[in-house]
Design a protein around this ligand. Structure first.
Ligand code: PGA
Length: 251
C-alpha cells in the first residue's frame, strides 16, 4: 500500500509575520497518523518553518534547487546540499510555473532531480499539460515526454526514491480542477509508463494530484486508485483548509 501524502506549496507567498501565523495554525492541526504531510515554503522562510514545526510530524521541502548539487559559484541559486543542511527532506522539481515562466526545460529538470537525490532529498517531479495541449488531445503525450525526460537521463529506478505530482497547468490557481476520472486517467498512464520498465517501481511510487485542490474536492480525488494525495497551492496557505485536505487523504 502506498502511504498518502499531502504537500503544501506556498509558492512566493509569505512574510515572517504571516509565516509565523501559518506555523501556529499548522501546529494546532490534528493529523491522521497514516498520512505524510509536507510544506514547501519560500527558501527564505525554510529555517523559520523547520524551527516552528519542531516536534510536529511535518516534513519541510524547498520549491526548487540548483542544477549543481553542491555549493559553488552559481549566483542566486541554492544547492540541494544546502537545503539538506537546512533540514529539508524534499524538493519540488519542474513546477509548471518554473517551466513556463523561467524556461526550465526537461534537461534542467533532470539535473535538479539528480542533484536532489545525490544529496539525500526526495524530488517531487511536477508534470502537466497546458489548456491548449489538452484541447489538442496531447495530454498523455506531453506528460509522458516530461516523465521520459527523467527516465531517459537517469533511468526508471530513480523513481523508487521520488514522488510525482500531476498538475494540469490549466487547473493551477484557476479554481478549475480536473475531474477525478480525468486525473485518474493521467495518473494511471504515468504509472503504466513506469511499469513498462519496472513494475515494482511503478507500484510503489506516489503520484499526487495538484491543481486547485480544496477541502471540498479532495476526498473524491483521493479516492481514485492511482491518486496518492495532493500537491496543494492556494489552499495550503490556510491551515484549517490544509488540515481538512490532509484529513481527506487519511480516510
Ligand atoms: P493551486 O496550486 O492549488 O493553487 O492550484 C497547485 C500548485 O501549483 O502546486
Amino acid at each position: 500500500m502506498r502511504r498518502p501524502m499531502v504537500a503544501g506549496n506556498w509558492k512566493m507567498h509569505g512574510t515572517r509575520a504571516s509565516v509565523a501565523e501559518l506555523i501556529k495554525g499548522l501546529r494546532q492541526l490534528a493529523l491522521a497518523p497514516g498520512v505524510d504531510v509536507a510544506v514547501f515554503p519560500p527558501c527564505l522562510y525554510i529555517s523559520q518553518v523547520i524551527e516552528g514545526l519542531a516536534g510536529k510530524s511535518m516534513a519541510v521541502g524547498a520549491q526548487n534547487c540548483a542544477i549543481e548539487p553542491f555549493q559553488g559559484a552559481l549566483t542566486g541559486e541554492i544547492a540541494a546540499s544546502q537545503l539538506q543542511d537546512a533540514g529539508c527532506s524534499l524538493v519540488l522539481v519542474g513546477h509548471s510555473e518554473r517551466r513556463m515562466l523561467l524556461g526550465e526545460n526537461d534537461g534542467a529538470v533532470a539535473r535538479k532531480f539528480a542533484a536532489a537525490q545525490s544529496c539525500g532529498l526526495t524530488p517531487v517531479l511536477c508534470v502537466g499539460e497546458t489548456q491548449a495541449q489538452r484541447e489538442a488531445g496531447k495530454t498523455l503525450e506531453v506528460v509522458g515526454r516530461q516523465l521520459d525526460g527523467v527516465i531517459e537521463s537517469l533511468g526508471v529506478g530513480v523513481f523508487a526514491r521520488a514522488i510525482i505530482a500531476y498538475e494540469p497547468v490549466w487547473a493551477i490557481g484557476t479554481g478549475l480542477t480536473a475531474s477525478p476520472a480525468e486525473a485518474q486517467t493521467v495518473h494511471a498512464a504515468v504509472r503504466a509508463q513506469l511499469a513498462a520498465e519496472n513494475a515494482d517501481v511503478a507500484r510503489g511510487v506516489r503520484i499526487l494530484y495538484g491543481g486547485s485542490v480544496k477541502a471540498a474536492s479532495a476526498a473524491e480525488l483521493f479516492s481514485m486508485q492511482d491518486i496518492d494525495g495532493g500537491l496543494v497551492g492556494g489552499a495550503s496557505l490556510n491551515a484549517d483548509e490544509f488540515g481538512a485536505i490532509c484529513r481527506a487523504a487519511g480516510n
